[in-house]
Design a protein around this ligand. Structure first.
Ligand code: ADP
Length: 461
C-alpha cells in the first residue's frame, strides 16, 4: 500500500510536489531527483507543455492560466498532492512561498512544508514584528521605532524629528517594493502618511504603518542562512543585489565586493542567532541596507531566493538539497567552520522583455543558444519552440558564472552573454551586455539607485 500522507512526517517523505513553475520548478525537481525523491509537477493550462512536466514522476494540471486560479489555489494544490501521493510540498519562490496560511494548511493535511513554520513566516512577514525579533537578537536595524505609527499627528511629527529627515513611511504588511513613501521634509509628512495608509489598506488589508530613517545611498547586501530542526544554523556568506530597477533585482553577485570580513562577520553571526531565537528552519535570507560602513536590517525572506545560485557557486553548498534535507528532519551536514566562500559569482536575470521599454514580451522562442564552459551555469526551463506566456513573471533564464576573482567573473559573464542567443521574443540581454561594460559597476562602486540613474543617462544620450 502506498504510504499515506498522514504518515509522511518529516524524514519520511519520498515524493515532493513542487508548487511552482518555470526555472525554479526545474531547479527543485533536479535537486529532488538527485536526492532520490519522486516529484510531482503541477501546471496551469498555459504551462501544459512545460519541459519539467515530462521529467516529473507525475504531472497534474491544477487550473486555468490565471495564477489566482492555479498556482495560488491552495485547495487545488493540496488536492493534487493527495492524488499524486506526495508527502511534502516545496513552494519555490513567489506564489505561496511566504504565505503562512498555506504552510499551515500543508502541515494540517499531514504533509511536510519545505520551508519554515507558519509562525516564523507570520513573524517575519510583519515588518514590525520582524524588526522587533531582529533587535532582540542583536541584528542592527534602520533607526526608527519598532512600533506602528500612532494616529496622533503631534506624536508622529515628534517621531520624524527624532529620526531626522528624510524618513520613509512603510506599510507593516508591505511587500514587493510597494506601500512605502519617502518624506524629504516636515511639510509633506501628513499627506504622505494619509496616502500610504490608504495604499496599505487597499493592497495589504491593513492600514498599519511604521517610520524609519531613509538612507540615501545604500547598497543592498543580504545574508543567506540555513537551519535544521535540531538547533543548528549557519550563514553561507553574503550577496550584493544593489543592481535594481523599480526595486526588482537584475544582477546579483557573491560575495558583496569590498566588504571586510571583520565588518560582515558579526552581522552573519547575529543572523544565525536570530534564527536560533525564533526557532527558524530551512533556508532564509536577511536583507540589509549598507551605508557608510554600517548594516541596517530591512527584511527577512523566509524562502528560497531567485539569486541562491551565486551563493551555491561560492560556498559549494547545494542550497536546495540542503533545504529539502532539513525539511526531512536531517541535521545540517556542515558547521560554521566548514563554510568557506571561494571566488566570485555573478547572476544575470534574463527576462522576456523589451530591453529599452522593459515591457513584457510573450511569444514563441524560435532559436535558442546557451553558453557553456568552465564556471558557467544556466538555470532555465525554456528551449527552442517554447512559448513564453504573458501570464507570469518575465524571468526565462538565469545566467550564472563563477571565477577566481571578480574581474575574471565579469569577463566570463561578458563572454557568456555574447554567446547567448534568444530569438522570437525580446529579452533584456542587450541591456545586460551594456551593463557589464560599465566602469563604475566594474569597480564595484554602485548603490541601489545606480541602475536607474544609469538608465536615465543612457536614454538621454
Ligand atoms: P519589500 O518587502 O516591499 O521588498 P523592503 O523593506 O525590502 O520592501 O524594501 C525594498 C527596497 O526599498 C529596498 O531594497 C530599498 O531599495 C528601499 N528601502 C527600503 N527601506 C529603505 C530605507 N530605510 N532607506 C532607503 N531605502 C529603503
Amino acid at each position: 500500500m502506498p504510504e499515506r500522507p498522514e504518515q509522511s512526517a518529516a524524514g519520511r517523505f519520498d515524493t515532493v510536489l513542487i508548487a511552482n513553475r518555470g526555472e525554479i520548478a526545474a531547479r527543485i525537481q533536479r535537486a529532488c531527483r538527485e536526492l532520490g525523491l519522486k516529484t510531482v509537477a503541477i501546471c496551469s493550462e498555459a504551462d501544459r507543455h512545460a519541459p519539467y512536466g515530462k521529467t516529473a514522476d507525475s504531472f497534474l494540471c491544477i487550473g486555468p492560466s490565471t495564477a489566482a486560479k492555479s498556482y495560488l489555489n491552495q485547495d487545488a494544490i493540496l488536492l493534487a498532492a493527495r492524488l499524486a501521493g506526495a508527502g511534502a510540498v516545496h513552494p519555490g519562490y513567489g506564489f505561496l512561498s511566504e504565505n503562512a496560511a498555506f504552510s499551515d494548511a500543508v502541515e494540517k493535511a499531514g504533509l511536510t512544508f519545505i520551508g519554515p513554520t507558519a509562525s516564523s513566516i507570520a513573524t517575519m512577514g510583519d515588518k514590525i514584528s520582524a524588526k522587533r525579533a531582529m533587535i532582540a537578537a542583536g541584528v542592527p536595524c534602520v533607526p526608527g521605532p519598532d512600533t506602528a505609527l500612532p494616529d496622533d499627528p503631534a506624536t508622529i511629527e515628534h517621531i520624524a524629528l527624532e529620526i531626522g529627515y528624510p524618513v520613509i513611511i512603510k506599510a507593516t504588511g508591505g511587500g514587493g517594493g510597494r506601500g512605502m513613501r519617502v518624506v524629504p521634509k516636515a511639510d509633506v509628512l501628513h499627506e504622505a502618511i494619509a496616502l500610504t495608509r490608504e495604499e496599505a489598506r487597499k493592497a495589504f488589508g491593513s492600514p498599519s504603518l511604521y517610520m524609519e530613517k531613509f538612507l540615501q545611498h545604500p547598497r543592498h547586501i543580504e545574508i543567506q542562512v540555513i537551519c535544521d530542526d535540531h538547533g543548528n544554523a549557519v550563514w553561507l556568506g553574503h550577496r550584493d543585489c544593489s543592481m535594481q530597477r523599480r526595486h526588482q533585482k537584475v544582477v546579483e553577485e557573491a560575495p558583496a565586493p569590498g566588504i571586510a570580513p571583520d565588518i560582515i562577520q558579526p552581522v552573519g553571526l547575529a543572523c544565525v542567532q536570530a534564527c536560533l531565537q525564533i526557532g527558524y528552519r530551512g533556508v532564509g535570507t536577511f536583507e540589509f541596507l549598507y551605508e557608510d560602513g554600517a548594516f541596517y536590517f530591512i527584511e527577512m525572506n523566509t524562502r528560497l531566493q531567485v539569486e541562491h545560485p551565486v551563493t551555491e557557486l561560492t560556498s559549494g553548498v547545494d542550497i536546495v538539497q540542503a533545504q529539502i534535507r532539513a525539511a526531512q528532519g536531517h541535521g545540517l551536514e556542515l558547521n560554521q567552520g566548514d563554510v568557506t566562500c571561494e571566488g566570485h559569482s555573478f547572476e544575470c536575470r534574463i527576462n522576456a522583455e523589451d530591453p529599452e521599454t522593459f515591457l513584457p514580451s510573450a511569444g514563441v522562442v524560435t532559436h535558442l543558444a546557451l553558453p557553456a564552459g568552465p564556471g558557467i551555469r544556466v538555470d532555465t526551463h525554456i528551449h527552442a519552440g517554447y512559448k513564453v506566456s504573458p501570464y507570469y513573471d518575465s524571468l526565462i533564464a538565469k545566467l550564472i558564472v563563477h571565477a577566481p576573482t571578480r574581474a575574471e567573473a565579469m569577463t566570463r559573464m561578458r563572454e557568456a552573454l555574447a554567446d547567448t542567443e534568444v530569438e522570437g521574443i525580446s529579452t533584456n540581454i542587450p541591456f545586460l551586455r551594456a551593463l557589464f561594460e560599465d566602469d563604475a559597476f566594474s569597480r564595484g562602486e554602485t548603490d541601489i539607485h545606480y541602475l536607474e540613474q544609469w538608465l536615465k543617462l543612457r536614454r538621454a544620450a
